[in-house]
Design a protein around this ligand. Sequence first.
Ligand SMILES: NC(=O)c1ccc[n+]([C@@H]2O[C@H](COP(=O)([O-])OP(=O)(O)OC[C@H]3O[C@@H](n4cnc5c(N)ncnc54)[C@H](OP(=O)(O)O)[C@@H]3O)[C@@H](O)[C@H]2O)c1
Ligand SMILES: *[C@@H]1O[C@H](CO)[C@@H](O)[C@H](O)[C@H]1NC(C)=O
Ligand SMILES: *[C@@H]1O[C@H](CO)[C@@H](O)[C@H](O)[C@H]1NC(C)=O
Length: 255
Amino acid sequence: MAPLALSVLITGSSRGIGLELVRQLVEVTNPPEHIFATCRDPDGPRVKALHELAKKHPSICVIKLEVENQSSVKAAVSVVGSHLKDKGLNLLINNAGVHSMANLETVEQQELLSVFNTNVVGPILLVKEFLSLLKKAAKESPTQELSCSKAAIINMSSIAGSLERGLKDWPFSMYPYRTSKAALNMVTVCMAEELKGDGILCTSIHPGWVKTDMGTEQAPLTVQCSVEGILKVLAKLSSSSSGAFLDWEGKNIPW
Ligand SMILES: NC(=O)c1ccc[n+]([C@@H]2O[C@H](COP(=O)([O-])OP(=O)(O)OC[C@H]3O[C@@H](n4cnc5c(N)ncnc54)[C@H](OP(=O)(O)O)[C@@H]3O)[C@@H](O)[C@H]2O)c1
Ligand SMILES: *[C@@H]1O[C@H](CO)[C@@H](O)[C@H](O)[C@H]1NC(C)=O
Ligand SMILES: *[C@@H]1O[C@H](CO)[C@@H](O)[C@H](O)[C@H]1NC(C)=O
């Protein structure tokens, strides 16, 4: 199988879906040369599993990145750039996210702003700062067709943010989370349009309801199963799926 991408950056790699993406990416037959596993607190106690993985696989580079802090994002860009030398970055996965439940009685301004900061503002800043490395990768690629091996941005969204399906599938009060993921989906649509001329693919993925700290033990899907599905979907993305909203099995989700 052709490599999914020569270089990949993942936010929120300390645990959950982000950590499992790193774990499975090093195990594939044709692994990326560079896996930039970013987390907000690389020296914290939560990041032990990631460091152990990085010790075994020199392709993994653990980098500090707080998605809502623009100087932290800029610092990460320069570390990534120095590892890539004169090459571009092929695949950027906006995975870091926070969940928050609240109904109209309990919702607070500070909570809304903080969830938007991580789930919407962060991914926009990340793309803004990494755009020149993504454009470079797209230019270096010999193929015309959009793909993750050329240059791509993937947003880990949620069906909870779907206007049509969100309330049916997830009947809970969660103003901060739902509105932030709906906004993130709009970003995908805008970005896909804006960047298609640069050869950069943009897609939102819903990972399913997954057993992680966020998804809880009640979730039906294991993180292993969700990530296996996501990686298969990523390998098949093309121009026709840019600007789309897909789940971990590759099925279209209505906006
Ligand atoms: N699990 C589900 O059922 C489900 C369903 C739909 C969508 N999703 C989406 O999938 C993505 C991953 O979810 P998950 O289930 O793996 O969640 P998780 O287990 O709660 O992990 C969230 C990750 O995001 C990181 N993060 C949070 N805020 C951050 C910030 N400001 N800067 C940098 N990193 C930050 C966390 O880092 P720390 O360890 O430092 O806190 C952690 O690595 C999220 O975008 C989520 O919305 C999940
Ligand atoms: C933002 O990141 C910079 C660079 O890593 C750091 O010096 C600064 O303290 C961070 N700011 C906040 C509010 O965490
Ligand atoms: C991802 O989300 C960010 C921020 O919401 C947005 O700027 C970008 O266009 C989106 N890209 C994709 C591919 O979804």
